[in-house]
Write a protein that binds this ligand. Structure first.
Ligand SMILES: [Cu+2]
Length: 100
């Protein structure tokens, strides 16, 4: 049983989605890792959304942070995006979670 925990900080600021990880490879985690995400919507409400198979959608209001965990049990490249349309820049907020 794996207990290693990957810590991923996601910050949505202005028009850029940054994913910063303590590990050398920022957006890649190993399959079955427990991934902890803290994302902060620094300017306006945003969501941290990954479609199936993960089906994650967490919303944070302006100036708020949301922390949650999920098991990275599905390998592959998964697009992370903001599902809100508060601002046109939301459509440009994209990143990739790579699970190896
Ligand atoms: Cu947004």
């Amino acid at each position: 049983m794996r207990s290693r925990q990957s810590l991923v900080f996601a910050t949505l600021a202005a028009s850029v989605l940054f994913l910063v990880n303590a590990a050398a490879s920022p957006r890649a985690v190993t399959q079955d890792d427990l991934v902890k995400i803290t994302f902060t919507a620094s300017d306006m409400p945003h969501s941290f959304t990954i479609d199936g198979p993960y089906r994650i959608s967490k919303r944070a209001g302006a100036g708020q942070s949301v922390t949650f965990e999920f098991r990275a049990d599905q390998p592959g490249n998964h697009t992370i995006y903001c599902a809100l349309s508060t601002d046109p820049k939301c459509k440009e907020m994209k990143a990739t979670l790579t699970v190896r």
